[in-house]
Design a protein around this ligand. Structure first.
Ligand code: ADP
Ligand code: MG
Length: 238
């Protein structure tokens, strides 16, 4: 289970209102894409969902349960960042297993989960390497593997492919789509890339200046944009 409800979320940093009342429902297993211009609040919204940032007001519900006061590690969420955020001194195996180890999981179970994730991501042959010995695409797969081993109900991706070159972006995008089908988990995914948005999303959320402009399927947004902003953002190349 991994349904999410966002109710009237507001977030200010000092005088600056970054999120100005966000309401959104995400169904269990849905693939939802957030798009919108730089600075519109996409990362902040992900961080509030993950619990890395407290909202100024409003509620976050996961599977119907309010999690405002639940610490990030207990929300059943895993987040994958643009800048992999791997530990350089640890092997791929230890990078993937660290969170589980800290959570007190038995070594056997950690090994098994790493085995499953690394074979899903074709990382079996790289487990004893350090991040510096991997390509950018492999590093991002390690970061995704580190999320998978935690068996979250909800994955949050913050522009995960934007540091990869074009060919790797396509491969990794296809891999993420396959993982979504395989894991049947809920995924929320921020991107600047229209192709990613149109091909991955069940539902696209267009954000602008801390508000939702429109929510719809890729085809709905493409064929029936409700604002000039949405038409410009979805309809023309960025
Ligand atoms: P996006 O991911 O859509 O590019 P962000 O959520 O990163 O946008 O940022 C939205 C706005 O919030 C920006 O104006 C940014 O400068 C501001 N902001 C984000 N985090 C902080 C912070 N910790 N302190 C102050 N301002 C912040
Ligand atoms: Mg961002």
């Amino acid at each position: 289970m991994g349904s999410l409800k966002i109710e009237n979320i507001r977030k200010s940093f000092g005088q600056v209102d970054v999120l100005k009342g966000i309401d959104l429902e995400v169904k269990d297993g849905e693939f939802v894409i957030f798009v919108g211009p730089s600075g519109c609040g996409k990362s902040t919204l992900l961080r509030v969902i993950a619990g890395l940032e407290d909202a100024t007001s409003g509620d976050i519900l996961i599977d119907g349960k309010k999690v405002n006061n639940t610490p990030p590690a207990k929300r059943g969420i895993a987040m994958v960042f643009q800048t992999y955020a791997l530990y350089p001194h640890l092997s791929v195996r230890d990078n993937m297993g660290l969170g589980l180890k800290q959570a007190g999981k038995p070594a056997e179970e950690i090994k098994e989960r790493i085995g499953i994730a690394s074979s899903m991501l074709s990382l079996d042959d790289y487990l004893e390497r350090r991040p510096a010995e991997l390509s950018g695409g492999q590093r991002q797969r390690v970061a995704i593997g580190r999320a998978i081993v935690r068996e979250p109900q909800l994955f949050l991706f913050d522009e995960p492919l934007s540091n990869l070159d074009a060919a790797l972006r396509v491969n990794t995008r296809i891999e993420i789509a396959r993982l979504h089908r395989q894991l049947k988990a809920t995924m929320i995914y921020v991107t600047h890339d229209q192709v990613e948005a149109m091909t991955l999303a069940d539902k696209i959320v267009v954000l602008n200046k801390g508000r939702i402009e429109q929510v719809g399927s890729p085809m709905e947004l493409y064929n029936a944009p409700q604002t000039v902003f949405v038409a410009g953002f979805i309809g023309s190349p960025q």
